[in-house]
Every structure is written in structure tokens, then in C-alpha cells.
Design a protein around this ligand. Sequence first.
Ligand code: URA
Length: 441
Amino acid sequence: MRMYDVITKKKHGEELSKEEIEFVVEGFTKEEIPDYQMSALLMAICLKGMTDEETVNLTMAMAHSGDMLDLSPIEGIKVDKHSTGGVGDKTSLSVGPIVACFGIPVAKMSGRGLGHTGGTIDKLESIPGFRTDISNEAFFDTVNRCKLAIIGQTANLAPADKKIYALRDVTATVDNLSLIASSIMSKKLAAGADAIVLDVKTGSGAFMKKTEDSIALAEMMVRIGNMAGRKTYAVITDMNQPLGELVGNNLEVREAAETLMGKGPEDFVADVTILGKFMLLAAGKANNLIEAETMVKEMISSGKALDKFAEFVRAQGGDDTYIYHPEHFEKAKITVPVLARESGYVSAINTEEVGISCLILGGGRATKADIIDPTVGIRVLKKIGDSVTKDEPIAYLYANSNEKAEQASVRLANAYSYSDSFVEKPKTLYGYVDENGYHEF
Ligand code: URA
């Protein structure tokens, strides 16, 4: 088989066979196929598309390019959760403990933040003592005892995706539904869970800015998951503004803990609740979404989910006093109010810009080598639909450098748009996808 012929076939819009896709993925992972040929194929895929069958074959080939995690030492139906990424998205930190309270094993591999979106691993590492680099044995043992463990992704999980993604990033070939779906699902399938719940974000801070694209991506990922024998659901949720009020690493752990104390912001509670409901459904613990909602709420109001969060933090070496007393987290030295440029109603927030403001403060990474400052971040005071008066604070920045605070402050102030007339608050939850397709909420 020749890579040249595979590129030609896709250039003419023909369907690639399973063997051809496996040849490409294996050859590229082993560095037998050079970057320039792979780039040409990726561009042809972007221009001509892939069928469902090709997408499934690509996903499976990438999933099998490295280790397929065997979670069989963990008892029960293992449920994984994945977000396509956003700003202020600390949902795993709250929903993981809720679901674990029902005895559902959550064995989760998470990533670090890169660019404008944060990463669960960085957030957890802001808890003093917390370890995310534990061995597979310790990982399994923690899940068996506590029902929840979250560790960093190992290098050998879907290595083909890692290499292909790096190339897509620099060849303008990221935004293809089949390539995104196969990239996400290859890692999820390799991570070994029996059931998967996907939080597909939509809006200005998300990968997919348009709702119809988010739905199409969700439908494709659900089809791939179910075809691979994993019960899969996707929920479409809003990312036209930051989720919750706090953005930044220890700030987000703080908000996740406060949410389990019953003091969470409305939009974040809605996201946590809907994901918890689908995770209970996927694990077969709840018969329907109404029953699941009662179950999720009870775990928050009883304080059991907060205790589970503390138990999980202890199990991975962290100091759980920060979970019961999040106000004890180390704080940044400087607090700077960001003021509204106009009077009126907040009509839009460029959420990517909010994420970049946090990155400027030191709360994120522009390159993989950057070191995160866990204390810095943003408290969002005004959201879409809120009325504001010129020079009223719309957010607070928490910083350790005046220079960075000034830079981030300008960026954040410019991220807000205003309208003279009344603006409706956007909805938080759009709909979900199951094996029967999309259902609007
Ligand atoms: N996240 C991924 O892991 N891959 C993509 O292609 C896009 C988002």
C-alpha cells in the first residue's frame, strides 16, 4: 500500500477502507509516513469529509495505537465523563464525588490546560499535597476503595492522536467533525470505561461556536461510542459565557467545593446536575432523568458529596481541610476591579478572551513548559442579561503582578459588549443526544 494512493483516493472524495486507515495510523505513529504526506491527507479529509464508517475506523485505529487501559480490576460499571472544554469548567470536580457516592466507579484520566481552556489536573494540583501521577495499581486501588480517582493522561494513551493533533494544530485542519470526534473518542475508548457521558460545549468560549455544529459533533461521538460497545450520552451545554463565577485553578476547586455545600452558582449547579443525571442513567443506577435528578440533589443537600470530595482528595495525598474550608486556599496578593465601559445590559461576553485574561495572569499555559500560578484568576460578577452602570465592577482580577493585572484588565473589559435594551439570559442547557438522536430540553 502507498500513502500517495491513499491521499489521491481521498482527494477524489472516495471512501477509505479499514485497511487503508489502519495503514495510515500505524505508519504515521511509527514515523514511517512523513508529516508532509499526513498533512496532505488531513487537508483532503477536511475538504472531502469522511463517512461514519471511516470515522469509526479512524477512531478505533487511533485508540489501538497505544495502550488500551484494562479497568477490569475495578468492580462495577465504570463511567467516564468528558468535556470538550471551556472557561470556568470545573464540573468534573463536583460531579465526580456525587456519582461516586452511589458506588459508581469513576476512573478518570484528565488533561492539563492549554491555551484559553483550563485543565482538571492543574486544578486538582492546586490542592496542597494532591498527586495526579500515581501508578496504575494505586489508581485502581483508589477507585475500588473510594469509587473516584483522577490521574493525568499517560503518554501511551492513543499516541496516534497526540501526533496527529499536533500536526492539525499547525496545518489548519482542526475544525473537521470527523477529526475532532475521532480524536476525543479514541482517548475515551482507550481509557477503558464501560459508559461515557460527554459534555459538548457550544458558544464563544467553546471549540464549536455554533449550536448545530455542537449537535452534529455530539451525534457523531455518541454513534462512535455506541458502535464500540460503550453506552454513550452527550449533553449540549452553553459556553457563551464562563461557567459559574470563578475562573482559575484553586479558585475553581473552591467553587466546586462550595457547590457541594449547596452554595453553587445557578448555571454551574445546572451543568453539574445534568451531567450527574446522565452518569447515573449510563451506570444503570437511575431508571429515568426525573429519578436521577432527585438522587443528585439529595447527595448535595445531605453533605455526602462534599464528604466524598474530601475522601477522594485525601486518597490522592491532598489536604482535605481545603475542601471543608476553601476560604483557606492561598490567595493572590492583588485584587483589581474591572469596570464596565458602558451602562446598559451585558449583551455578550467573548469567553475565549476571559480564558486568555486568566492565562495572562499566570493561571494557564501558552506553551506546555509554562508553570501555572494556582492562586490567580477571575471572579465574574456580571453575566449576559445583567444590567450595569458605567464604571461599576463587572469582575475582579486576582493577580500577583501589577503589570499582568493591567494587561488582563484591559482584555477582560473589552471582552464585554453592552446593549441599551433588555437582553434575555441565555439558556444553560440545550439538549442531549442518545442512541435515538438529539432531544432538545
Ligand atoms: N479535543 C481533542 O481532544 N481533540 C480535538 O480534535 C478537539 C478537541
